[in-house]
Write a protein that binds this ligand. Structure first.
Ligand code: SF4
Length: 95
């Protein structure tokens, strides 16, 4: 069986964004000082992170797959990360 490309599979997910309580917060100074910024940008499978022209890390919360990989590779204190509150977050449509 041939699977569709990853981007197509991700497009099948639904995300309910919790605008009152973001589930990821980046300590910008620590991210830049430790090199974690580049690491989390490179490793996120959903391309949630990007770098702005001023070097700060931008977060596209609504694309997060809640895999926790960024939290595992970031230096301590760089990310505040938790699962979204009940009713919010990703809903997988492709298993
Ligand atoms: S939890 Fe996974 S999908 Fe979400 S931002 Fe981190 S690495 Fe990306």
């Amino acid at each position: 069986m041939r699977l569709p490309p990853v981007a197509d599979r991700l497009a099948g997910n639904r995300f309910l964004l919790d605008e009152d309580e973001p589930h990821i917060v980046v300590d910008q100074a620590l991210a830049a000082a430790t090199g974690s910024a580049d690491r989390i940008i490179a490793i996120c499978p959903a391309q949630v992170y990007s770098k702005a022209a001023d070097g700060t890390v931008q977060v596209e919360y609504a694309a997060c797959l809640e895999c926790g990989t960024c939290f595992a590779v970031a230096d301590p204190g760089v990310l505040t990360w938790h699962y979204p509150r009940g009713g919010f977050g990703v809903q997988y449509r492709e298993g």
